[in-house]
Design a protein around this ligand. Sequence first.
Ligand SMILES: O=P(O)(O)OC[C@@H](O)[C@@H](O)c1c[nH]c2ccccc12
Length: 392
Amino acid sequence: MEGLASLRSVPSFTCRPKRSISGTTALRGNSLSFPSSSSVVRAQQMESKDGPSSIASELQKDELKIKEWEVGMFHNEVAAAQGIKIRRRPPTGPPKHYVGPFEFRLENEGNTPRNILEEIIWHKDTEIARWREKKPLHSLLKDLQKAPPVRDFVGALRAANLRTGLPGLIAEVKKASPSRGVLRENFDPVEIAQAYESGGAACLSVLADEKYFQGSYENMVAIRDAGVQKNMQCPLLCKEFIVDAWQIYYARSKGADAILLIAAVLPDLDIFYMIKICKKLKMATLVEVHNEREMDRVLGIEGVEFIGINNRNLETFEVDTSNTKKLLEGKRGEVIRERDIIVVGESGLFTPDDIAYVQEAGVKAVLVGESIVKQSDPKKGVAQLFGRDISL
Ligand SMILES: O=P(O)(O)OC[C@@H](O)[C@@H](O)c1c[nH]c2ccccc12
């Protein structure tokens, strides 16, 4: 409980960088200054068979890499101070040029992710850098004008909860996961989404990550388009590992109504700014926590209105539904009720008893994938999960 004593209305940001680096991770990319001119002059004075200008541009590239690495390290320091164990990037250090004569620096030292979540984040960081290069923000912003309108994600959950007296269902369109492997061979995302919706789901969650979950943005667009044609109402959560604000705009351009932010990955200030961006875009932000420390951090961030408690530890894959109960007990539960924050119970829910258990703990919504996506008829899967037809 000690963390609650420090519940704040502004995000904590106490860690100071050891190096003097301008900008924060939220500004990453924009804050990189151009390489100092002295190195360019130095390079121009050098002779080589490739010519001086190519050496200058090589050095410029190196210096940019170094700056990026330094900002990445700064991010790791801030994150570590907030108890975040996931590092944004492999701590392998800057390019060789940086260390001058000391080129015997060990290659790849420390280059192994500590767990699956860290592996996913390292992969995402490089994947998004590539995507962002192909579609810079200014071009993405143009796409937003063509995006379908935003639907009220949290409103749909509240309405379902009032209508059925049960937690509103966010039904997950998920083909595979690193912990469970392939969940459904014969996977038609639109068919599954329609079955969920006719079974009474309030919202849908669509896996976008390709490498680890066999998801895609194409699936999300296909579901959104099918919904528009068939008048389906379910708002969509883009289930992605967000490490860069660019991804929020991208998700919106593909028709998402909500995004997920994982507190085990993102420092407070990133969450704070990302929620602001979502508000501007009128999207909902589901902030996911797994333990008391993350819950206390998140309750201290201004603007948080929608929290997911993941029963699965994303670092070890262990699932324990009592986690939802534990994090809603006592003072934390009180704060959540006072602020009318909607809490979602996530992962490992299979039976009506599981649903009743997390509802009793205080959730107004649940996020369910495996138990319903595995059923040959996912619509029946929804009814089985709740012990009755919730579409009525
Ligand atoms: O399939 P399950 O156990 O019902 O879980 C669904 C959902 O909670 C899970 O997919 C999830 C929750 N948070 C995440 C973050 C990333 C990837 C996946 C998830």
